[in-house]
Design a protein around this ligand. Sequence first.
Ligand SMILES: Nc1ncnc2c1ncn2[C@@H]1O[C@H](COP(=O)(O)OP(=O)(O)OP(=O)(O)O)[C@@H](O)[C@H]1O
Length: 645
Amino acid sequence: MDEWDEVQTPVVSIPSFGNSGSSWNSGGQQSSFKSSINDNEGSSWKSGSGDFGLRGGKRGRGSRGGGGFKSFNSGIGENGNSEDNEGGSWNSVGGNGGFGGRGGRGSRGRGGYRTSFNSETENENGSDDGFKSGFGGSGRRGGFRRGSMMEQEGNGDGVTAGPKVVYVPPPPPEEESSVFAHYETGINFDKYDDILVDVSGSNSPKAIMTFEEAGLCESLSRNVTKSGYVKPTPVQKHGIPIISAGRDLMACAQTGSGKTAAFLLPILQQLMSDGVAASKFSEVQEPEAIIVAPTRELINQIYLEARKFAYGTCVRPVVVYGGINTGYTIREVLKGCNVLCGTPGRLLDIIGRGKVGLSKLRYLVLDEADRMLDMGFEPDMRKLVSSPGMPAKEERQTLMFSATYPEDIQRLAADFLKTDYLFLAVGVVGGACSDVEQHIIQVDQYSKREQLLELLKTTGTERTMVFVETKRSADFIATFLCQEKVPTTSIHGDREQREREKALGDFRSGQCPVLVATSVAARGLDIEHVQHVVNFDMPSSIDEYVHRIGRTGRCGNTGRAVSFFNPESDTPLARSLVKVLAGAQQEVPSWLEEIAFSAHGTTGFNPYGKVFASTDTRKGGSFQKEPPQPAVQNTSAAADDEEWE
Ligand SMILES: Nc1ncnc2c1ncn2[C@@H]1O[C@H](COP(=O)(O)OP(=O)(O)OP(=O)(O)O)[C@@H](O)[C@H]1O
């Protein structure tokens, strides 16, 4: 066994219903279309009662990998990935659900006993945990993550149970046409120029108006052109010269407005002009840049962007993230690494193993910075910046990007930045993209599924992301839609990495035009042709709402977001929702206004008062000066039971 190989919990992530050639019997209904939640070929899955037996069961105690068993004979393959089953036959007669086997992850605190998932309404908006056991800690993110990360990464600290993860993702395509594949900017791209921009902090460099002014070397310029970029977006116009001038930066710009290139281009340019050594095999790699993002899919996307812009140059980006074979990951790193992209857990693991040294590090980038610094990831970030060899903040450039920046997170972020960092605000900090048409529909819990179905009839084969609050809901709604003959796939933290990548691939290709997702897909993902976002469940924080609806209406294209608002559970969000709608010049339903006003009283609540303001906390803040609302602002981590990495 490779000493690097990672241990994996025997995961039952989703009932993998029969795919091609399968028969799926559920209460007499038969479904014949293909869906990539059905990753198994030639299998048959029976649920006589229509209760699909979704991941019910026990979450064990203690370390990852020990607990749980499957209610069906999955025949976990040699590689431990249950979806490898071909031609298997799984019977779950009666849909009892059995004991969905994620082994307990004690240190993360997600222990508990889960009952069979019988109804849509069961705990739908709440935590994914049914009954929290005493073994698992608090059941919320944060606090215990360090231990769980090390468990997850299989660092040899005594966690040996469970099959190893041997999943190795297929290499990304090498052909130039695939590397530079991109979608067109939309009709509103030029309107970006009208957005108000505010840079606060001293001596901010002058913005550029064109990519020529960015002083990119020939190969980078060529790659920018091949990517279809004609002129920079505002965050690029301001961000590129700030980074090139060596300044630390906290940048806020709306979803889909090109933040990734805003940090990648100046970093790559600097590395090229300083003539970084072409990376070559070494037992310890010393990257010049580290980029961190909260989810596997997002960091992979950033890596692909870095690879695209660095195409044909000596700069080598590498990506590391959980859910894939550690030995493979390390071998990839050791081949040479200038720009290391990673999710926090895997990054810390690889640094902890001594495979990555930090003495040459010049750039540290936190994408989705507010998420990286909230209670879920902050300990990891603190650990990262205090890793042996990490240059002090005065010696490195630290760059933070997001579409949302709660003020408390901004204050915390200052710990990571030089005191003279610049704060760049493009438009309203935390504001929604105005290219997304937002509709809020008042619903009750029991009508949501029917309303979703009605809605999807109007969207036809146009790509639609449906967000739900829990992993179980994701499974349930995906199953329901499949049953209704809507080709649907799903992505959430309980799915294995192979399944997650397949789901995203099927959605991107249009094979499954509907993707049911938890918050794990809310941030950063840039998928062409996503015309619709549906908030089947409202998120618990307004920032999460902004990120979710930002999966559409990107890069000047228009999109539509429909949100199901259930006053019984979503009232705490009403006021901030009204503000976001008003800020993006969207119609605010009068019933929502009423809920917002009555929920909080009218004193001091004027959602229409201020359209734009910088919220650099060093100025004392302004836009979000309303008194904090209970449990809705900045609570993505607390409310979220998702596994982000
Ligand atoms: N100057 C440009 N011209 C044309 N297309 C661009 C330009 N800049 C970025 N894009 C494209 O716009 C899309 C959105 O960019 P990106 O993913 O970087 O947005 P973002 O601001 O990081 O969004 P999010 O907040 O959701 O993470 C990408 O497909 C990217 O390639």
